[in-house]
Design a protein around this ligand. Structure first.
Ligand code: SF4
Ligand code: SF4
Length: 291
C-alpha cells in the first residue's frame, strides 16, 4: 500500500492548482503535477510530500564531512537525504539526488520518523544530519524526525542552501542545533545564472539562524571565473562581519566539473588566496575543502 504524507505550507487557488509556500519559488502546481523540486505533488487539489518516509541515501559520516568544524568535533552523524532540490545549480555535485524523482515502486518504501531515530541510536550517533539533497524539500519529514531526535537527546544538523520561505523557516529552524548553509555565490547575477534562484532569501536565512542562536557555519564551492573574485569575496566578508560575526566558520571548497558545468576544477592556489584574504581581514575560522 502506498502511503503519502500531506504537505504543510501550501494554499489552494481558485482552480484545482495549489500554491506551495515552502520555499521562495512559490510554485503554482496543477493537479497531477509536481513543483520545481519534483517531490511535492498536487493530487486532486491537495499537496503531498513524496519524499516523506522515503530517504534514498543513508550513511554514517564524520561530522567534519558536513562540513562542520566546530560542532561535536570528532563525532559521527547519522546522515540521510531524499530526492529533490529547489535550486537548479548547473554545477550540482550531487545531481543524482537533486534531480532525481520518485518512481511508483519507490513510493512503496516507507521509513517512518521513529525508525530513523532508532537507526541513529543503534549506531551510537549523537546527531542526525539532514543532508545530501536539499532538506527544505522534505521539511515535513525533517520536522517530525527532529522533534523525536530531541526527545531522544540527539542533536539535529541541517546542511542546506538556505532557500526557504520565512514561515516555514520559523517552524523548522528552531528544531535545528547546528547548520552549514551553502553560500553559492555573492551576487544576484550568480544565483540567477548558475542556480535559477535569488540571493536575498539565502541572506535572510543566514540572519535568521544567527538571531536564533543556531550554531552556524557557511560553505562556498569556489568555481573558477564565477565566484572567485577577491573583491567580491571581500564585500561578502564585510557582510559576514556586520551580520553574522567574524568568528563564523567559513569553508571554501574546490569545485570539480559536474552536471552541466565543464569549467576545469578549482586550483588550490585560488583557495589559498581566499584564505589569505579572509585571515588578513581578521576572520579566524577559515577552512579549505576538497584540495
Ligand atoms: S518546495 Fe518545491 S514545490 Fe514548493 S515552492 Fe519550493 S520548489 Fe516549488
Ligand atoms: S542546492 Fe545543492 S543539491 Fe541543490 S542543485 Fe544546488 S548544488 Fe545541487
Amino acid at each position: 500500500m502506498t502511503r503519502l504524507a500531506t504537505a504543510k505550507w501550501w494554499t489552494s487557488t481558485e482552480s484545482t492548482a495549489v500554491r506551495c509556500e515552502l520555499c521562495p519559488r512559490h510554485c503554482i502546481i496543477p493537479d497531477g503535477h509536481c513543483g520545481y523540486c519534483a517531490v511535492r505533488q498536487n493530487r486532486g487539489g491537495e499537496l503531498f510530500s513524496l519524499a516523506y518516509g522515503r530517504p534514498v541515501s543513508l550513511a554514517i559520516d564524520p561530522i567534519e564531512k558536513k562540513p562542520l568544524a566546530q560542532f561535536l568535533p570528532g563525532s559521527k552523524t547519522f546522515s540521510f537525504g531524499t530526492f529533490g532540490c529547489n535550486l537548479g545549480c548547473v554545477f550540482c555535485q550531487n545531481d543524482s539526488l537533486s534531480r532525481g524523482a520518485y518512481a511508483d515502486d519507490e513510493l512503496e518504501t516507507w521509513i517512518p520518523p521513529e525508525q530513523i531515530v532508532e537507526l541513529a541510536l543503534q549506531h551510537h550517533c549523537p546527531s542526525i544530519s539532514y543532508t545530501y539533497n536539499e532538506p527544505t524539500v522534505f521539511a515535513e519529514y525533517l520536522c517530525d524526525i527532529a522533534r523525536l531526535a530531541h526527545s531522544a537527546g540527539m542533536k539535529n544538523i541541517l546542511v542546506s542552501n538556505g532557500y526557504i520561505a520565512d514561515d516555514a523557516a520559523d517552524d523548522l529552524y528552531p528544531l535545528i542545533d547546528a547548520t552549514n548553509i551553502d553560500m553559492k555565490g555573492f551576487s544576484q547575477s550568480f544565483y540567477d545564472k548558475m542556480c535559477q534562484a535569488s540571493l536575498d532569501p539565502v541572506l535572510h536565512s543566514l540572519e535568521k539562524l544567527r538571531l536564533l542562536g543556531v550554531h552556524l557555519e557557511v560553505t562556498t564551492l569556489v568555481i573558477p571565473g564565477k565566484n572567485d573574485d577577491l573583491e567580491e569575496i571581500s564585500t561578502w566578508l564585510d557582510w559576514v562581519d556586520a551580520l553574522l560575526g567574524r568568528e563564523t566558520p567559513l569553508h571554501f571548497s574546490a569545485y570539480h566539473p559536474a552536471y552541466h558545468c565543464r569549467i576545469p576544477r578549482t586550483p588550490a592556489t585560488t583557495l589559498y588566496a581566499i584564505r589569505d584574504l579572509a585571515i588578513s581581514r581578521g576572520f579566524p575560522n577559515v577552512f579549505l575543502g576538497n584540495i
